[in-house]
Write a protein that binds this ligand. Structure first.
Ligand code: HEM
Length: 430
């Protein structure tokens, strides 16, 4: 007989495998996952994703699963709802929507170039270690202004996130409280992480520049604590996701010399007379867009997200769900389901991901507010890498699967970098 938690062990052992298997074998648009002392359903029909995400907040909204993130990012615009959230979201959107975000391209390019130039001195490097730090530097530049975060602040923030990411992920689905000693050590780690993060934010706040995102948030009249939570959330949501995806981007460009050459040619076409990437060319730069979209398909950093039924009951596609039911939406499962994608496991940047099963950034009024920023960042990384460098994969075996944590964390991806020979590109372009 099945009980409330009969899927929990399988989820802990191999969450991605469980989502894949249940999604693929579903007989209807929803499949029950026995993971919690309340009903949890995986949405398996992509046609229902947008309608669910667009439902009125009094019927369906964010719920207890996402609220668990409040332990680290407080009541920020990721973890709350209502008029306050809308106002904060609108402020973020004004500053980082695709059109506005393009003004950051010179800054992002400079940070990417600097990072790659430093890597030339190394025999090898781990893609995720590099991309996580780079993504944090980029989002911190947008948030506080150029160069405000020092390298020791950066290291402290990265360590703080590492300290708690697995505890947070593990705490999403857990039967009852953890053992007392686990609870104590988790609490201690959380407190340490929060203290480190808050102290970095407090110090850097004072130095934020007038055109920074923080200056705009300041205009909202938030309390110190709310502002700090918002800043932490942006640092976390803005680097953990993009940093993970960027690691796979570096890996795939390094693994395919032909692809790297096409990107280098595209970079040359998008480069102005002063050697700068032209932001206005990026929306039509199809090679880099294809690569970015395909890494987001195969490695969607937000591998699941959820909504909770708030009304006493709601009807969706003939099914009735009671208050407190969680509906899980898994980009991981949707992006790899053979019903929607031919040869889903194959990395193919020439795919047209117009499929309705493509949802790396969610959808509707709570879709990722950093979408434009993230797409730009990833495109710039791909183009800057291929324009001036040749990367190589130094691993004999294929990489391990990603690790499902609060986002999808890449495995070790060992690469090396050398300068690209300009002649090689010239002869290929001829
Ligand atoms: C590859 C990079 C990224 C991916 C895959 C991603 C994915 C997502 C997804 C799927 C959601 C919706 C979750 C839901 O509906 O419950 C979301 C929300 C959000 N993301 Fe991102 N994200 C990325 C980058 C960023 C960046 C760079 C920022 C920068 C600030 C950001 C800020 C946010 C915020 C604030 C929300 C909450 C929006 C709201 O609830 O109104 N994300 N993200």
């Amino acid at each position: 007989m099945q009980h409330w938690f009969s899927d929990l062990q399988a989820f802990r052992r191999d969450a991605l495998g469980l989502l894949d298997e249940r999604g693929r074998n579903a007989k209807g648009p929803f499949v029950r996952l026995r993971l919690a002392p309340f009903p949890v359903y995986l949405v398996t029909d992509p046609d229902l994703v947008k309608p669910i995400l667009k439902m009125d907040g009094t019927d369906i909204d964010k719920g207890r699963l996402i609220y668990k993130l409040r332990a680290i990012v407080g009541k920020s615009s990721l973890t709350t709802s209502g008029p306050d959230q809308k106002e904060r979201r609108a402020t973020l959107h004004r500053q980082i929507a695709r059109g506005t975000a393009s003004t950051y391209v010179p800054q992002i390019s400079a940070l990417v170039r600097g990072t790659f130039a430093r890597l030339l001195r190394e025999d090898s490097f781990d893609a995720h270690q590099v991309s996580a730090a780079l993504a944090l530097r980029i989002i911190a530049n947008v948030l506080f202004g150029e160069g405000v975060l020092s390298s020791s602040d950066e290291a402290a923030l990265l360590n703080a996130v590492k300290l708690v990411e697995d505890d947070l992920a593990e705490g999403m689905f857990r039967i009852g409280p953890p053992a007392p000693w686990t609870w104590i050590s988790n609490r201690r780690r959380l407190r340490t992480a929060r203290t480190i993060m808050a102290s970095v934010v407090r110090r850097t706040r004072a130095r934020a520049t007038a055109s920074s995102l923080l200056a705009s948030l300041n205009g909202l009249g938030l309390s110190d604590r709310d502002l700090e939570d918002e800043v932490l959330m942006i640092l976390l949501a803005g680097h953990h996701t993009t940093g993970s995806v960027a690691a796979w981007l570096l890996y795939h460009v390094a693994a395919d010399a032909e692809l790297a050459r096409s990107l280098a040619e595209e970079a040359a076409r998008c480069t102005g007379p002063g050697g700068e990437l032209r932001a206005s060319d990026l929306p039509t730069a199809s090679v880099s867009l294809g690569v970015v979209r395909e890494v987001l398909r195969l490695y969607p950093a937000a591998w699941w997200f959820s909504r909770e039924v708030k009304a006493s009951k709601v009807q969706i596609a003939g099914h009735t769900f009671r208050r407190g039911t969680s509906l899980l939406i898994s980009p991981w499962h949707m992006h790899r389901d053979a019903r929607f994608w031919p040869e889903p496991e194959r990395f193919d940047p020439s795919r047209q991901p117009t499929s309705r099963a493509y949802i790396p950034f969610g959808a509707g009024p709570r879709a990722c507010v950093g979408l434009g920023m993230a797409m730009l960042e990833l495109q710039v990384i791909a183009l800057e890498l291929a324009a001036a460098f040749e990367a190589d994969v130094l691993m004999r075996a294929p990489p391990d699967a990603p690790k499902p944590s609060i986002t999808l964390v890449p495995p070790a991806l060992t690469l090396s970098l050398k300068p690209r020979c300009p002649l090689a590109l010239g002869s290929a372009a001829a």
